[in-house]
Design a protein. Structure first.
Length: 181
């Protein structure tokens, strides 16, 4: 019997990476460390944008991305090579986060890989946005969250990112390493 302890599924005293219920994945191990704190270790893409880290509540931070309409196409955040050691060279991936605000998502996953369409939308209420895909032996596995400024401005908040192995994005849980520290 498996149970969840502090965001990590435990079975027979050992942490497990995925849990299935009736054939559907309901939990996957978060490979994105410090998903609640979201430290300032990211790069930024695009001109004429402002990206800050702001508190959501006493334990969770969020990114705030702002850019005007027509300010150079795609703006957003990236983590160069972040998934290089976290995902196998030939594998499926999923990336998700909670998003709120205004803007059009361009890509929300791993750059230079095949990607399915983004699931979810940016709106006035928090919603989970995700993208899944597959890569075959990429040299660099860079996570990106890009928004298109061609036809509209961007003013979005992003929190609780989750990178997982597999084709199904699941609800955010902290990485086991974050709980143990």
């Amino acid at each position: 019997m498996a149970d969840i302890t502090h965001g990590t599924w435990i079975k027979d005293g050992k942490a497990i990476d995925a849990v299935y219920q009736d054939g559907a994945k309901v939990y996957g191990r978060n490979l994105f460390l410090k998903s609640k704190v979201i430290a300032n270790n990211y790069g930024t893409n695009g001109a004429y944008k402002q990206i800050t880290v702001e508190p959501f509540d006493s334990t969770t931070n969020m990114w705030h991305v702002v850019s005007g309409k027509g300010n150079g196409g795609n703006v957003g955040l990236y983590w160069y090579g972040y998934a290089n050691t976290k995902l196998p060279d030939t594998s499926d991936w999923s990336f998700s986060a909670d998003v709120k605000g205004t803007g059009n998502i361009q890509k929300f996953g791993i750059e230079l890989s095949s990607a399915n369409p983004v699931v979810g939308t940016v709106g006035s209420e928090w919603s989970r946005v995700s993208q899944t895909g597959h890569f075959d032996n990429p040299k660099i596995k860079t996570i990106i969250m890009y928004f298109d400024t061609t036809n509209s401005p961007v003013d979005v908040y992003i929190k609780l990112p989750k990178l997982e192995s597999g084709k199904i994005a699941t609800a955010c849980t902290p990485a086991p390493e974050d709980i143990l520290k």
